[in-house]
Every structure is written in C-alpha cells, then in structure tokens.
Ligand binder design. Structure first.
Ligand SMILES: *Cc1c(COP(=O)(O)O)cnc(C)c1O
Length: 378
C-alpha cells in the first residue's frame, strides 16, 4: 500500500509535473526536527525545507496560530487593513532596527521589491552583486544572481548587474558608480554552500554605499530570523543596511517574504503591491514563529559549535545553524548515504554539503546527525 503511494506519485509527477526538480523520496509527515517518508522511515531533518522550517515541523504554537486564523479570516486583500500584518511589521522593525516593512510571498519577490524600491528612490538603474550569490529565480532576482548556468539561458534580463568576487572590496569600489542603485549581498552565502566573507567586508560595502549613494541591500532570506544565532546575520557586523530581505525561516513554512527598509526609504501609494502578500494566515504563522525563535535564539550559536566540533575533521564552515563542508563530486553519494542512515542533508553548489536544521534541533539529534555524516564521509 505505502509502496504504491510512492509509485503513484512518481508516475503522476513524471506525467503531469514539469521535471524542473530532481527528487527521489516523498515526505509525508513531520514533527520537531524529524520527518517520515511514505515508507514510514524516520529521518533527522538537517535540510528543514531549505532553512524554512525554523521552528521544526508542525510546531504546536504555529499550527494553533494558523488554525485559529483560518477559522476567522483566510484572505481579505490589501485593499483593507489585514489582521496580523501591522503587528508583524512592528515586530520585524523592532528585531532589525530598520524603519518600515513590506510583505511578499517569497524570497525572490522580496528581492524584486528591493530592486523596485532602490530604483524608484535613487532614480538609478544598475546593480552590483557577487560571484556565487543567489537571490532568486524570478527575472529581476535572477538578474542579480550570479550562477551563469541558471541565469544565462534567460538573458537578456533586467536590471543590468555587474558581478564582483565575493569579499573583494577593491573590485567593488571599481565598479560602483553614480548610476548604481544598489548592491545585493548575502552575509553568508547559502546556496553557494555556506561561504563566509572576510572580516570587514560588510563595513567596506557600507562605506562604498555611503560614498556613492548606492543602497546596501542585504539578502537575509536564508541567514535571517535567527538562523545564524542573531535575528539577522548582519547584526554580527555592526553595519546597518538600507534594505534587508527575509523569507525562508520567517513563518515556519507558510509562504511569506518581507523587505524592511531604513526609515524614510519606502514605497508610496500604488508603487508596489501584491494580492496575497502579508495575508492574515501568513502573518499569524510568522508572529507565532517569532515567539518560538525568540526562546531558542540564545542556544543557536552553541548548537552550531556542537556541529562544528563534531564534524571538525572534515573542515566544516559555519555560522550558527548554517554548516557547510566542501566534499567535491561525491556530494550526492554522501547525501544518499546519510539518508540511508536516517539523516537528511543537502548538496548546495559546487560539491558543498549543507546542514541547515530546524533551530529547535536537540543536542541528541545533533550528535546522531554528526555521527551519520561522519560515517558517510568516511
Ligand atoms: C532561497 C533564497 C532566495 C529565493 O527565495 P524563494 O522563496 O525561493 O524565491 C533568495 N535569496 C537567498 C539568499 C535564498 O537563499
């Protein structure tokens, strides 16, 4: 029976769904840091929906918030004041120290909003971003995403974007000019495989932005909402960006994105909009998520260290609960071996194994995951 389910899904997917994703297993249930596939096999989930399920799977407080709101009002449109939306904006402004928020439904859309905001408020056209950076798959966000294999088939894209080596401040200073609307940067590059920039990089970007009038746009879609041990990874640098974008960990898996900009930098009436963005359910899920993250936030650096210590012989890189290791061509094999032994991990770009578990992962689960990954790496 259960095997037939997998078979059915595979057959239906092959017949009716575009083959844009490579996948093998079907996950049918989750609780905390564990998921189960349709064969009843249990896994410790160090993928967490790609850094999305921050509070773990089906956290009771998040489930209750969604169910409660679903029984009152699911959608009403941004033509009206939306339940939970202003409350969430207030929370995010408080956590980030910025001025005002604007919601979207995904990370890419949050970055689209940032592109529009930077263009309309600076009156400038061009952007600068970094090698191996990832900002999304929509046309605008793809234009500032580096990886040629995913970007070039869709060119010409807008906005025009120049790419500079991640970490290279001299190179950045050379290309930013008075027609640069903004610089897109991740504090730790996630899709690239958890790449941590040199110290002083963010301070240097801030200075270049201050000198030229370009906006500093920090993409915290993956690093934000406690993932690295602070609400924003940028908060480790002492730098205040002009715009921050969020999405992945913000609502425990309910789709939402946000851009938050410094005071005075905002859309005026009719400049931007979205039918679904910042809806009552998404904002309820986000508010409940923030309450849970607030409780576990102080534990995240310690948990991250536990991973790094356990995996030390494989030279892991990490910041909080974002851990990456260069393992090369055998990354897919290692991923499969881990899955066979009950731990889900994922291969980011260029043979980099990535672990981005729920922020509520326990020490025991970390130790088991570390043993399994070590065994798979040999
Ligand atoms: C995942 C990701 C995005 C894109 O988010 P989507 O919700 O998939 O559109 C953008 N930036 C970064 C840093 C990401 O990790």
């Amino acid at each position: 029976m259960s095997e037939n389910m997998t078979e059915d899904s595979r057959v239906l997917d092959a017949r009716y769904h575009m083959p844009a994703f490579g996948r093998t297993m079907k996950i049918v249930r989750g609780a905390g840091s564990r998921v189960w596939d349709d064969q009843g096999r249990e896994y410790i989930d160090c993928v967490a929906g790609i850094a999305v399920c921050s509070t773990g799977h089906c956290h009771p407080a998040v489930v209750a918030a969604i169910c409660d709101q679903a029984g009152r009002l699911i959608h009403c449109s941004n033509l009206y004041y939306v339940p939970n939306q202003a409350e969430l904006a207030e929370r995010l402004v408080g956590l980030t120290g910025l001025g005002k928020a604007f919601f979207s439904n995904s990370g890419a859309e949050a970055n689209e909003g940032a592109i529009k905001l930077a263009r309309v408020r600076t009156g400038r056209k061009k952007f600068v971003a970094f090698t191996h950076g990832f900002h999304g798959r929509t046309c605008g966000s793809l234009a500032v995403t580096h990886k040629p294999a995913i970007r070039e088939p869709f060119e010409p894209l807008s906005p025009a974007c120049t790419f500079v080596e991640y970490g290279d401040l001299d190179g950045l200073a050379e290309v930013v000019d008075t027609d640069t609307a903004g610089i897109f940067v991740e504090p730790v590059q996630g899709e690239a495989g958890v790449m941590i920039p040199p110290a002083g990089f963010f301070r240097g970007i801030r200075d270049i932005c201050d000198d030229t009038g370009a906006l500093m746009i920090v993409d915290e879609v993956q690093t934000g909402m406690g993932r690295t041990g602070k609400w924003l990874a940028t908060q480790y640098t002492g730098v205040t960006p002009d715009i921050v974008t969020l999405a992945k960990g913000l609502a425990s898996g309910f789709p939402i994105g946000a851009l938050i900009a410094r005071e005075g930098l905002e859309f005026t009436r009719s400049e931007h909009g979205s039918t679904f963005a910042g809806g009552p359910l998404a904002c309820a899920a986000a508010l409940a998520t923030i309450d849970v993250i607030e409780e576990v936030l102080p534990t995240i650096p310690v948990k991250g260290e536990r991973f790094l210590k356990g995996l030390a012989r494989h030279n892991p890189r990490g910041c909080g609960l974002m851990i990456g290791m260069s393992v090369g061509d055998r990354c897919p094999e290692v991923q499969q071996a881990c899955a066979r032994d009950g731990v889900l991990v994922n291969c980011a770009a260029d043979g980099n194994l990535r672990l981005i578990p729920p922020l509520v992962i326990t020490d025991e689960e970390i130790d088991t995951a570390v043993d399994v990954v070590n065994a798979a790496l040999g």
